[in-house]
Design a protein around this ligand. Sequence first.
Ligand code: ADP
Ligand code: ASP
Ligand code: MG
Length: 455
Amino acid sequence: MKVLKFGGTSVGTVGSLSNLKSIVDSLEEPAVVVVSALGGLTDRLIATARAASEGDSSFRSSVAEMATRHFDIIDALVPQSRREAVREVIAELLAGLEDIYTGVALIRELSEKTLSRIVSFGERMSSVIVAEILDNAEHRDSLTFMRTEKWFNRDIAARQLTDDLIREAFPLPLTRTVVTGGFISLDKDTGEITNLGRGGSDYTAALIAAALDADSLEIWTDVDGFMTADPRVIRDARVIESMSFIESMELCSFGAKVIYPPTIYPVFHKNIPIRILNTFNPSAPGTLITDSSENLSSDVRGVSSVKNTCMVSVSGSLTSNVAQINSRSYNAMARNGVSIFLVAQPNAATSFSMAVSELDADRAVEILSREFAPELQNGEVTGVSIERDLSVIAVVRESIKEIRGLGARLVNTLQREGIAVKAVSDGASESTIAIITSASDTDRSLCLIHTACFG
Ligand code: ADP
Ligand code: ASP
Ligand code: MG
């Protein structure tokens, strides 16, 4: 049994939904199909909510446009006999959405809780429609089985409970294809609507695949596969035929948007292969992601970049207890839910730097200043500082250390072109060399590094 996930662009128009239909209707056995909201709809739902919270009444016309977009698809693709019934379901959902917008406009306030409720309408509508477009499929509401719990200020999947509920919701073997919405969930304690974060439909599909021990997870999107770099930045990026789970995990967590980063772990853990495929070119072979370290090529697998990065540094005469400063820094960040992208220690005796997301940067400084308050007092640590507007460029391949001198060669390539390299993490990870530059140099650095690695 396969789990197939179709992203926003794959469910955006009558044309792309026709492709989805022929892909799913030609499967040999029933599958689980996870869909995103119609392309661009989540952004639209959010923008309309923000405008409503400022008292802007244009939400009524936005909802009317959303209705037209969904009804046009229903009229074009849902069989005549079911059209009216499906229109009614969508009209009822949109009426509920408009009521929420009316409330937001009245009180001029938009809480996170209300915003989560609002964005859920995208997947609730698309999944109902897709189930009706397919030849032999039924709809299952993902709010009945996807559960999250709070982790610091974020909602994360409540794995055990969700796994159990998925197994209850999808008794095997499937007798018909089942369509469900990605991204959306309920808080396991409060029952409020939550979600898995932007791009989270991939993760829903992976959790279903893992809970049901699926044979494979297919991510259907708008490019021919996982590419050597973001094709919007690097025009001659090429499709990667196959890669390992670890490589895809590294590239995605360093910004390759093609898969939402948490997606890979659940299927990796169950050794379920992932295929990245193109809804607009279904016969292209795509990219196969497996546990295939034996399939290693001698080349770099791919490069990616993540902007909005800051470096937080602890400095002083650290000579006597470098290891302790490092481990206390890690622990303090972990206890407070701050993820560290990478560490750099150009001079172990005087400073220790950690790259974190801009969103966490101020908190990271607070946490470290608190942790090292005694040392800051006695002068052993002279400061906790921050450098903003940086990017990380990641160069990925399993056992990357086997490519001798690669880190130094790439740093030279950038420096020759006048790009300042702020830090390098070469050798800390088995599979990634990470280079930190100014955010303004990101695309140029990515381009130079891609050319150096792939010609
Ligand atoms: P979906 O709506 O199907 O989830 P996304 O927009 O989330 O699609 O992801 C697909 C997009 O990811 C591609 O259109 C491409 O622009 C971008 N992308 C970024 N890095 C890569 C990469 N290394 N390989 C392929 N696509 C990438
Ligand atoms: N619709 C959601 C988003 O736009 C989830 C997804 O597409 O994966 O972020
Ligand atoms: Mg996506």
